[in-house]
Design a binder for this molecule. Structure first.
Ligand code: UDP
Length: 242
């Protein structure tokens, strides 16, 4: 089975290594590629927002399971996915690849001081990267204008850290125009990459409690996290409906 459907979202049935192989090929061939790393929140949002669901269904090339909740849901549905493939892990691997290959990278998103710190880190530790754009995510223009600016820079890789669904809306414009880059929405990844926000310690990651660590650090996320139990209930219902 190539794809695994979780509440209408088609996840690619691939492990991390298989995604890497697929992306390498597409980057080498300059194929326009739009990657979404979807967690339960994204799946729930798509179920409430038809335009967002349409983007996921029609404009994406790959969807990875970014979160243990998706892996558990696929198991409940008896169509298991091999492993969690997070946006952050793909992002850091792609940045290393860009450094080695001298790729043109466009970064958009996060607060001005964060993107500035990311730029410094790239200059210092990823000097092989040709950074053709680095801008914060609090622009006032519409997404079409921003997309035009990105397209003109002729990037090989585009990372948008604007939160969903904004980052996916922006990248879907570029994908529809067949911009020959690999493009991925990376949520809060610039905050972590810059060192301004810490990823959960390994022990939390191993126990699949990364979400709990984030909750401890940012208690205001509780509202967002309430979608998790709702997600599980909806998955179980969808199984019964099968
Ligand atoms: N952000 C942005 N522009 C906006 C809203 C958010 O650049 O208009 C950034 C924000 O600074 C953060 C990222 O988008 O770096 C979203 O982070 P969040 O933790 O919400 O991501 P997720 O949980 O979706 O991965």
């Amino acid at each position: 089975m190539d794809k695994v459907n979780v509440l209408g979202v088609n996840f690619d049935n691939k492990n991390f290594k298989q995604f890497q192989e697929a992306f390498l090929k597409r980057i080498d061939h300059h194929q326009s590629t739009f990657v979404v790393t979807a967690n339960p929140e994204i799946v729930m949002a798509a179920n409430e927002n038809p335009l967002f669901m349409k983007i996921l269904k029609e404009d994406t090339d790959y969807i990875t399971a970014d979160g243990i909740g998706i892996i558990k849901a696929a198991k409940i549905l008896k169509t298991p996915l091999p492993e969690r493939v997070t946006g952050y892990d793909l992002f850091t691997w792609l940045m290393k690849l860009a450094d080695e290959k001298g790729l043109r990278v466009y970064l958009i998103g996060a607060k001005p001081q964060v993107i500035h710190a990311v730029q410094e880190k790239v200059a210092h530790s990823y000097s092989g990267i040709n950074l053709v754009g680095a801008e914060d995510g609090y622009f006032k223009e519409d997404l079409e204008m921003v997309a035009r600016r990105i397209r003109r820079a002729k990037p090989d890789l585009v990372f948008a850290a604007l939160g969903f669904p904004k980052q996916e809306q922006l990248l879907s414009i570029l994908r529809k125009e067949n911009v020959p880059a690999l493009m991925m929405g990376v949520g809060g990844s610039f905050d972590v990459f810059s060192g301004m926000s810490k990823r959960a310690p390994q022990i939390f990651q191993n126990l699949h409690l990364e979400w709990f660590y984030r909750l401890l650090k940012e208690p205001s996320r509780i509202g967002r996290m309430m979608v998790l139990p709702k997600f599980v209930i909806k998955v179980k219902k969808s199984k019964r409906g099968k």
